[in-house]
Design a protein around this ligand. Sequence first.
Ligand SMILES: [Zn+2]
Length: 261
Amino acid sequence: MVFDWLRARRRRRLLASRPIPDGFFETVAGGIAVLRDLEPGLRRRLYDAATLFLHEKRFEGCGGLQLSDELRCAIALQACLLVLGLPAGVDAFAGVRTVLVYPEGFTARRRDEDEFGIVTEGHEELLGEAWDEGQVVLNAHDVIEGGAVRDGFNLVLHEFAHQLDMASGEDDGVPPLPAGRDRQVFAQVLETAAARLAAAEERGEETAVDAYAAESPAEAFAVFTEAFFELPDLLAQEFPEVYAHLAAFYRQPAADTRCGG
Ligand SMILES: [Zn+2]
């Protein structure tokens, strides 16, 4: 109890002493597509959540990477976008202690074969590691590339969605839902949508959302989360049920929280 009180006091002081620097959302956050048209009220909340995140989580550059403040900031802002509407706020990431950032390639989403025929498949392995030790593993290349364009691919949103999923006890694709929401229905809706993507891919069709969602229930939640924040209109149109369930969980109708569409 006393620790909660001390933490709350420390946080209040930290936030009170931090106005948003001039031009912050145009420069530092400007390179991140999902943050570009956030309305002012949400900017303030996001800035505060990211400030706490940066103070309370350990960041570590790996594989020779020198972590810049900009990169740290880009990670914190995108991660915190996920929790803006959650009652726990940034504490929804209580299980995350350390964010490890490699230069590139360590978190390949799927099996990649390079020109020498070497296959890398980092994501699954590293996900397991993250679960055990409260670590999130990212690579700088995809943090920057994935954040720059609203195309449905966003490594930070994807990896931190896995963390929210795990907060319910296991990575079963269902995060801790608000009271009254049925976990089975949530799982079923995402599974059905992911199966539709897999079937479309099988037929050689271009899919609206990455068919990697069909890999497992955990991947479905992470991939549909990326789409929810990056391409909300498309998701709402193609998979209205998935959109509705994610909007109820994240408590932010992603399309409506932006100014100017
Ligand atoms: Zn994943």
